[in-house]
Ligand binder design. Structure first.
Ligand code: HEM
Ligand code: HEM
Ligand code: SF4
Ligand code: SF4
Length: 390
């Protein structure tokens, strides 16, 4: 093996400063010729201010239509060891909980067959193996599956679902996000591995409206925990907060409630729960005194996406409240109805959010068998262009 160390003055600059340097990390792996070429290619991109990867790339493993993102350098003569530099998505465990043993297993497989560089984790949630050749894909895949790991999603399929750590570490989780995430991942393995949709479809699960996996912005179907009875109040703990003097309950809690439903007379805290919108503020500020109610479930929202083509969308409420208990039959019925409709009538590369905008929420609801509810809109329409079916 030839040792080709490229000068990297621009990248070296990024080894300075207090934040962990990705350049240092890459250099740690620079024994491999692939990583040396990657540094050389990246330095070139810094010099020229353009990417040096060719457009697209279509590779994969037998039986699956997604999971690997093919990538080829456009300077293969100069940097031959990154002429192929494919990325493998490996489905992460729910909530990203690992044993050292599991991580060592992954590292060993990747050191044997790839660059040794990773992304922990991709934005969707996957473990990302960064950089290998086409001939290594099947060997990696068989070693991964033997170790109990499977590929994640890519392309026009159900992508890898992800969730907040939920009940594993958080007292606010209104349902078991990890169990739910694992269940939908297993149930829809076929939809994940073999793209059958007009476009991608993402599911993300958060245990409460703090939405720690940002499901409302980054998943086509967002499942956010909530409750529909009263916030639980521990009056003794409220008193402790008041006496500690660090928190002005009147100003910082009651004063900031968006619907102004908290009553604080200096000694007792009362909440008009019928007008509480479950924003989490009071609970976030007084975690020892307040907690979500006991009648818990989730709100299902639909349609979030990035700007292309018709503009960015945050998800909109589809089901205001649903119980989330295994085996999640209601949710699966809803998913089946939406996928049937969108797969049949969605245009090529039309996200479900755009599909709903095109056909109209009313038609969408009618077709999947849901009744319209006031919670689905922020405000009623202001124009009078109302369609009637006489
Ligand atoms: C007393 C007589 C009229 C009244 C009170 C009236 C009132 C209105 C109103 C309230 C609108 C809706 C505006 C909006 O959507 O913001 C409208 C639109 C319109 N009116 Fe009239 N109108 C009158 C006479 C006429 C006449 C004589 C014509 C044509 C010869 C006419 C042509 C239109 C057109 C073309 C629009 C649609 C404009 C658009 O959609 O941009 N209107 N009218
Ligand atoms: C070659 C001739 C014409 C062209 C290319 C034309 C084009 C258009 C276009 C592009 C719009 C907007 C449509 C929309 O936003 O959905 C419009 C609206 C309208 N046009 Fe024309 N137009 C023509 C002739 C006429 C004539 C002769 C009249 C009436 C005598 C007329 C009355 C209207 C009215 C009332 C609207 C508003 C409709 C609404 O707001 O719902 N147009 N036209
Ligand atoms: S989304 Fe809610 S339940 Fe999940 S980790 Fe964040 S605060 Fe806890
Ligand atoms: S959760 Fe939000 S809306 Fe509900 S009482 Fe607390 S601050 Fe007010």
């Amino acid at each position: 093996m030839t040792d080709k160390k490229y000068p990297t003055p621009l990248l070296d600059d990024l080894e300075k400063g207090p934040w962990p340097s990705f350049v240092k990390e890459i250099k740690k792996s620079a024994k491999s010729p692939m990583v040396q070429d990657l540094l050389g290619l990246l330095e070139r991109s810094y010099e020229e201010k353009i990417g040096h990867w060719k457009h697209g790339g279509l590779v994969g493993v037998q039986g699956y239509g997604g999971g690997v993102i093919g990538r080829y350098s456009d300077l293969p003569a100069e940097f031959p060891d990154v002429s192929e530099f494919h990325t493998i998505r490996v489905n992460q465990p729910s909530g990203w909980f690992y044993t050292s043993d599991a991580l060592r297993t992954l590292c060993d497989i990747w050191d044997r067959h790839g660059s040794g560089l990773t992304n922990m984790h991709g934005s969707t949630g996957d473990i990302v193996f960064l950089g290998t050749k086409t001939t290594e894909l099947e060997p990696i895949f068989s070693e991964l599956t033997a170790a109990g790991f499977d590929l994640g999603g890519s392309g026009s399929d159900m992508r890898t679902p992800s969730c907040c750590n939920g009940m594993a570490r958080c007292e606010w989780a209104c349902y078991d996000t990890m169990a739910f995430c694992n269940d939908v991942t297993q149930t829809y393995q076929d939809e994940l591995h073999r793209p059958a949709f007009p476009y991608k479809f993402k599911i993300k699960a958060s245990g409460c409206p703090n939405d720690c996996v940002a499901s409302i912005a980054r998943s086509d179907m967002s499942v956010i925990g909530t409750w529909r009875d009263d916030i639980q109040i521990d009056p003794a703990a409220v008193k402790e907060y008041a006496l500690a003097g660090k928190l002005d309950i009147g100003k910082d809690v009651a004063g900031r409630c968006p619907t102004k439903v908290i009553d604080w007379d200096g000694t007792t805290l009362a909440i008009d729960n019928s007008n509480c919108v479950k924003c989490m503020h009071c609970i976030n500020v007084m975690p020892k005194a307040l907690s979500p109610g006991k009648d818990r479930g989730a709100t299902i929202l639909i349609g979030a996406k990035a700007p292309i083509v018709q503009g960015a969308l945050l998800a909109s409420v589809l089901v205001p409240f649903i119980k989330l208990e295994q085996p999640y039959e209601d949710v699966k019925e809803l998913i089946a109805a939406m996928w049937d409709l969108w797969a049949e009538h969605g245009k090529n590369r039309e996200r479900i959010g755009e599909f709903i905008q095109r056909i109209g929420l009313g038609n969408f609801l009618e077709q999947i068998g849901l009744d319209p509810a006031p919670e689905m809109v922020i405000q009623p329409r202001t124009n009078p262009y109302i369609f009637y079916n006489l």
